[in-house]
Design a protein around this ligand. Structure first.
Ligand code: ATP
Ligand code: MG
Length: 286
């Protein structure tokens, strides 16, 4: 296992001394180093960002422990290993990652990560250019200031800045939020490619159940700081728990429910897009 949570809890310090806000309780979780595509879902304030921030030791647990590759993370700051190697292996693309941009040019910004993790200038540049190709960042953008790009371009550059140092696992906090639908699809297609072709584990927070149903191999639903469900998306939406977590079914499943009810059919949920649904309907109606 790449990441293993053992009875993890997290309390944030409160406004006054001795006050605290409990944000995570009793989290047990194992995540593989390859091939997982995990979506973390749940109502606002349910603990998604807090949970994910523990996965590269951006936050330390206040109880329990987390094994991240060879490193054991505990509540005791002094006892913890240096965190830089963890951050190298587990990259975090924050919500609105464009706020992470700061260099003079797009190329310099993307090279920053590899340089910071000890690659030579030459190597950093090669890595940056490879990632630009992968993400479809055009050559003529490389010398521009990252601050003069469109929102979607900025988002891609920020993602490139993380991919450039080739982390094993990618953490993403709502990577498509605020993007137009076309750019959002492009960005998700990139993560899908990184998962399918490069076998990297992707862990992403999202409020979009269509994305969950289309991409996730596993979904973790948070409720009031606890894991309410951990399993396959299809099983989450068959389980009343999804309602307790204030989630909506993906469009395609809502459509199947509607057809089943209005046409008295018995279509199963193992249908992932309109084409599959039409094929199934043709079979059933014959
Ligand atoms: N820095 C902080 N200090 C104190 N309390 C915090 C802090 N960050 C989060 N919290 C509290 O911890 C709980 C979980 O917050 P968290 O940000 O993890 O939720 P979330 O599921 O990511 O929500 P959202 O969907 O709005 O991003 C909430 O009650 C929140 O108010
Ligand atoms: Mg959040």
């Amino acid at each position: 296992m790449a990441i293993s949570f053992k009875e993890v809890g997290h309390n944030y310090a409160g406004l006054r001394k001795k006050e605290y806000v409990a944000a995570l309780y009793d989290i047990n979780l194992d995540i593989a180093s390859q091939d997982e595509f995990i979506c973390v879902v749940g109502q606002t304030g349910s603990g998604k960002s807090t949970l994910v921030s523990h996965m590269n030791a951006l936050l330390l647990p206040t109880s329990g422990s987390i094994q991240i590759f060879d490193y054991l993370i505990t509540p005791k700051k002094r006892k913890n290993p240096p965190l830089q190697p963890i951050r190298k292996r587990i990259g975090f693309v924050f919500q609105f990652p464009e706020y992470q941009l700061f260099e003079e040019t797009v190329l310099k910004d993307i090279m920053f990560g590899p340089k910071n993790f000890g690659y030579s200038l030459e190597e950093a540049k090669t890595k940056a250019l490879d990632v630009c190709k992968l993400l479809g960042i055009e050559d003529d953008l490389l010398d521009k200031s990252p601050f003069n790009l469109s929102g979607g371009q900025m988002r891609k550059v920020a993602i490139a800045g993380i991919l450039s140092y080739n982390p094993d696992i990618l953490l993403l906090d709502e990577p498509t939020r605020g993007l137009d639908p076309k750019t959002a699809l492009e960005v998700m297609a990139i993560f899908n490619k990184i998962n399918k072709e490069y076998h990297k584990t992707i862990i992403t927070i999202t409020h979009d159940m269509n994305l969950v149903y289309e991409y996730a191999t596993r979904v973790i639903a948070m409720k009031d700081g606890r894991i309410a469900f951990d399993g396959k998306p299809i099983d989450l939406f068959k389980n009343p728990i999804y309602k307790d977590c204030h989630l909506q079914k993906p469009d395609i499943l809502q459509l199947i429910d509607y057809l089943n009810e209005s046409m008295n059919l018995n279509l199963d949920y193992d249908i992932y897009n309109e084409k599959e649904l039409l094929d199934k309907l043709e079979d059933v109606l014959e």
